[in-house]
Design a protein around this ligand. Structure first.
Ligand code: ADE
Length: 231
């Protein structure tokens, strides 16, 4: 993780599921302080944009040596740059990151980074949504969390991943627990019927209904896998 704010890590990834997996050695994280590669007595990392305008841009002659160093730590890992210009992070991408050799992530600050760094290192730009954060660190944590929870041994029962939103190209069906009646809102009868076939069919219908209402784009995205047949 290349950042100007290594103190932000592991942050929330040190708690809960990801934190337990970190303690168990299922995943690990190394931060690289970009400023260690800064120039001069003040360890300068940024400068004014060529052509003028507001903000500051991270310098190529600082990021280059920082990325060279990062590559020696995990030469196989793809080089990612968190950016609102990037390809949207998807569950499919999270699976690919989780089954790969790890990732090297560059988190930018300020207006951005010198474009030549992206070209020279073939940085893969990844966005976590159509909004702008003040830096790539939180976006990197989102990417890492989405992949870490898919690593073997992080979530106990494989069952709990299988029905999740996006795993079959649909949003997840609603959940209920006790009490049977709460403030005049009953649990749907079908869930109390004990008929597992009927329950599965109801959940599938709920998933399709909720997806059609909230995210019709998912139904027509062509990314829906055919449901796996249960043995
Ligand atoms: N950095 C700033 N905004 C971002 C976003 N939406 N996704 C990824 N990285 C970012």
């Amino acid at each position: 993780m290349l950042t100007l704010f290594p103190e932000m890590f592991p942050g929330p990834l040190g708690l809960s599921l990801a934190g337990q997996a970190l303690d168990a050695g299922i995943w690990s994280l190394e931060t690289i302080q970009i400023r260690d590669f800064g120039l001069g007595r003040h360890r300068q990392v940024d400068d004014t944009p060529a052509g003028g305008g507001a903000g500051m841009v991270l310098r190529a002659d600082v990021l280059g040596p920082a990325l060279d160093h990062a590559r020696t730590l995990n030469p196989e890992a793809p080089l990612l740059y968190m950016s609102p210009r990037g390809a949207p992070l998807t569950q499919q991408a999270a699976h690919a990151f989780a089954s790969g050799p790890g990732v090297t992530i560059l988190a930018g600050r300020f207006e951005g980074i010198d474009e030549r760094v992206i070209e020279h290192y073939h940085l893969r730009e990844v966005s976590i949504g159509d909004y702008v954060l003040s830096g790539g660190e939180l976006a990197a944590m989102v990417l890492l969390d989405s992949a870490i929870r898919l690593l073997p041994g992080v979530i106990g029962a494989a069952e709990s991943l299988d029905h999740e939103s996006f795993e079959h190209g649909l949003l997840e069906y609603p959940h209920y627990t006790k009490p049977r009646d709460w403030n005049g809102h009953p649990t749907p009868d079908v869930l109390m019927s004990g008929d597992h076939k009927k329950i599965a069919a109801w959940r599938q219908a709920q998933s399709e209904h909720i997806t059609a209402a909230r995210r019709p784009d998912l139904l027509h995205s062509g990314t829906r896998p055919t449901p796996a047949k249960k043995p």
